[in-house]
Write a protein of this length. Structure first.
Ligand SMILES: C[S@@+](CC[C@H](N)C(=O)[O-])C[C@H]1O[C@@H](n2cnc3c(N)ncnc32)[C@H](O)[C@@H]1O
Length: 329
């Protein structure tokens, strides 16, 4: 359930949109925005696949909205720090802020907080979520720093994967990587760059392509690997379709398993398919995943040799060789 479910309800239930430009912060590619004045919309999207799809659909899409708007619509993300930062940004853009979110994204506690900060003019509940609107007041103390340093000196940002420190699964994979990986490695879903950092420390690695959908994580990785020079190439892109003119020797990944709110192994499965496609025939995939995730069938469909090389009750580290899908062209 999303903005598409609650916005029409709000528009027929008391929400009056002022004349002028409307910013929509965090809209997803599938959101139905047809109830809004089409020519007035600017969409802020920091997710590469959504950004590309919205742009392809003819929407004015930006990474960060700037300027003055008549209203700003905030689609709440799950991470609280990111949600607050998005609201603080909206409050700088427009006098009227409309907030849409699921209960599981903390919409109730944000509504409570915002009632104490400014005025809330309307609230409607539907489909395990709420939409509310009003003048938020000064939220500048919620504005997130662009980046933060965590233990080990790593730069992360609110809302990125493992923003508070190294993910234990990724640490297990880094530990399991062999000394020799080949000259050209791709890190699919590279986050803030932890795995790529370890890949770059391996013998003979001339180049790592970091492919990441989240713009904030993509920027953090650039900061974390600034010393790597042109050995590290950064792509703000969809790792399920990203390609390279020359096949790679190895792929490393800790694939995502959430699209939005629901656990969604299909995304990790698409990562595995693309890894097989971009690897050279003698190349190897190194993957870590939560043990319960059902990747085995896809691994065996796309690789002739699949071995679990490390793990515990929570994670499995898999080495997959002999990709069956040969790249075309
Ligand atoms: C489990 S995290 C691993 C991050 C990093 N490799 C690490 O080990 O810390 C998965 C990453 O995939 C990214 N991601 C999700 N969907 C993606 C897509 N379609 N294309 C590229 N990256 C994606 C997420 O933003 C997240 O950073």
């Amino acid at each position: 359930m999303s903005l598409s479910d609650r916005l029409p309800l709000a528009l027929s239930g008391g929400l009056v949109l002022p004349e002028g430009r409307i910013a929509v912060l965090g809209a997803r590619a599938g959101d139905d925005l047809s109830d809004l004045p089409q020519d007035a919309l600017v969409i802020e999207s920091t997710n590469a696949p959504d950004h590309a799809a919205l742009t392809a659909a003819g929407r004015e899409t930006v990474v960060s909205a700037t300027g003055a708007f008549a209203a700003a619509i905030v689609v709440l993300p799950r991470a609280k720090a990111l949600a607050r930062a998005r609201l603080a940004h909206a409050a700088t853009l427009a006098p009227l802020v409309i907030v849409d979110g699921q209960k599981t994204d903390g919409v109730d506690s944000l509504l409570k907080d915002l009632r104490q900060r400014g005025t809330v003019d309307g609230v409607l509940s539907k489909a395990h979520g709420k939409i509310f609107w009003g003048a938020p007041g000064d939220l500048s103390d919620w504005a997130a720093p662009e980046a933060q340093k965590v233990e080990g000196g790593w730069i992360t940002a609110p809302g990125v994967f493992s923003a508070d420190g190294i993910d234990p699964g990724s640490a297990m994979l880094a530990e399991a990587l062999p000394q020799k990986l080949g000259a050209h490695v791709a890190d699919l879903g590279s986050g803030w760059g932890y795995l790529a950092h370890h890949v770059l420390a391996r013998q003979g690695v001339a180049r790592v392509d970091l492919v990441e959908a989240d713009h904030a994580a993509h920027l953090c990785a650039q900061a974390n690997l600034a010393d790597a020079g042109d050995r590290a190439r950064f792509h703000w892109a969809d790792a399920t379709t990203w390609g390279t003119p020359r096949s790679v020797d190895a792929v490393v990944m800790n694939p995502p398993f959430h699209t939005g709110r629901a656990a969604e192994p299909a995304l990790g499965q698409a990562f595995i398919r693309n890894a097989a496609r971009i690897l050279r025939p003698s190349g190897t995939l190194w993957l870590v995943a939560n043990r319960h995730l059902p990747y085995e069938m896809d691994l065996r469909d796309h690789f002739a040799l699949v071995d679990e090389v490390a793990g515990d009750t929570r994670y499995k580290v898999v080495q997959a060789r002999k990709p069956r899908t040969q790249r075309r062209g």
